[in-house]
Design a protein around this ligand. Structure first.
Ligand code: LRH
Ligand code: MN
Ligand code: MN
Length: 424
């Protein structure tokens, strides 16, 4: 399915009057409205290939319909998202869920949809059919060198696929760890993992980066070998200048101060990228901004401040990606909501009066500090985000247009009701 340009134009002209009124009203109050809209237009968020189908839990999965059955159909779905919001111009692939059988054809398809290839993801947390060694007791940490080599070789293969597609980064998330005290030596597990990561690092092309993603627990429930940002940073520092820490918002213990983590990693030049999602309890992988929008704003506030301090370009300086799972919502609608929430948090962070905040800090005026942050957070920035979409020929209200055009019904018509996408 493809959305035609006239369909977007018709939708926009229906909503134009109401939008214009709200945008002009807001722009009267915000001196930097134009600059913010330009920044929002540039900002792109990668969509993970594994989030396009219905997710599940270990208790069950309630399939939707019209899910993408192939890599080509996943690209088609992301192409639809990008047409609707013009902010989802990149795709992140997971190998072996998305092996590109014909990389040139996949590249051509990406170009047709206006997408680029974001970080490639390896998978040593599942055993694949025909695989020689099992990852039941870990991959890069494994006591058996042959298992570690299999994990390293897989990562090198993922880099090769990425090179063919024009990606320039690899995200390594390891489920390695232990479920019971005494099961492994923490130090041996760390050393083995570091040695394995070194081998992968040596295979990186010059212009590539590797992101070491941490996670506190699950699937291992006693220890995780890359369990937090400190451990990830240790690996990244030991590996070298092409290695960075990746922050997935759902991978922390409850109440972790993620904005502080982000700020310090940026200061150290070791923050590589993000997996956005939201959660109430753990790695819930819910829609970004659906549970803790203020936290999302505070994170963006640190990102904007830290990137500005280093003169980094907001759009290209870090890897921006969603990592979510959809158990009860239509995955495409959910992704549209996530992108919108991320754009709003970014816009609110751009509204923060950084100079006034710094002055208030110098005077220890705690009340004023809070006022400055919350003034920005409580501004309804939706007209700014919508204006950015309007100027990029995207839809003023992407979810509404998705429903009006019956996108899901069309996809079910094309692909069938009983479809299962590979992924979470
Ligand atoms: C692990 C994770 C990691 C994986 C993805 C499927 O919880 O966040 O990024 O690659 O989920
Ligand atoms: Mn993740
Ligand atoms: Mn996760």
């Amino acid at each position: 399915m493809r959305i035609e340009r006239y369909q977007i134009d018709e939708h926009n002209s229906r909503l134009a009057e109401g939008h214009q009124r709200k945008f002009e009203f807001l722009a009267q109050d915000i001196s930097r409205a134009e600059e913010i809209v330009q920044k929002l237009i540039k900002f792109q968020i990668a969509i993970p290939s594994w989030a396009l189908g219905t997710g599940g839990t270990r208790f069950g999965r309630f399939s939707g319909g019209g899910e993408p059955r192939t890599l080509e159909e996943k690209m088609e779905d992301i192409g639809l998202l990008h047409q609707l919001n013009q902010s989802s111009g990149a795709v992140s692939l997971h190998i072996p869920w998305d092996i590109p059988e014909n990389p040139n054809a996949i590249k051509a398809l990406a170009a047709q949809y206006g997408l680029r290839f974001d970080a490639m993801n390896s998978n040593t947390f599942q055993d694949q059919p025909g695989q020689q060694h099992s990852y039941k007791f870990g991959s890069m940490q494994h006591v058996d060198k042959a298992v570690r080599k299999q994990a390293v070789d897989h990562n090198i293969e993922v880099i090769k696929y990425g090179v063919e597609l024009g990606s320039d980064s690899l995200t390594v998330w390891l489920s390695d760890g232990s479920c019971f005290p005494g099961q492994l030596s923490f130090r041996r597990a760390f050393e083995n993992t570091l040695e394995s990561l070194h081998e992968v690092y040596s295979a990186l092309p010059d212009n590539w980066k590797v992101f070491v993603e941490y996670k506190a627990f699950e699937p291992n429930f006693y220890s995780t070998t890359v369990g937090d940002w400190g451990q990830s940073l240790l690996y990244a520092n030991k590996l070298g200048s092409k290695a960075y820490t990746l922050v997935d918002l759902g991978h922390h213990l409850p109440n972790a101060n993620i904005e502080q983590i982000v700020s310090l990693l940026l200061m150290e030049g070791k923050l590589g990228g993000f997996h956005f999602n939201d959660s109430k309890y753990g790695d819930d992988d819910l829609t970004a901004g659906s549970v803790k929008p203020y936290q999302l704003f505070l994170i963006f506030n640190e990102l904007v401040a830290g990137m500005d301090a280093k003169g980094m370009d907001h759009a290209s300086g870090l890897g921006w990606m969603i990592d979510a799972s959809h158990n009860v919502k239509d995955p495409l609608e959910d992704l549209l909501q996530s992108v919108e929430a991320i754009m709003m948090a970014y816009a609110q962070a751009l509204l923060v009066d950084a100079a006034a905040l710094e002055a208030a800090r110098q005077e220890n005026d705690v009340v004023r500090c809070q006022e400055i942050l919350q003034n920005a957070f409580r501004t309804d920035v939706r007209p700014l985000v919508a204006e950015a979409r309007l100027r990029s020929n995207a839809a003023l209200n992407p979810v509404q247009l998705f429903r009006d055009l019956k996108v899901r019904e069309n996809l079910i018509g094309e692909r069938g009701l009983k479809t299962v996408a590979t992924g979470l």
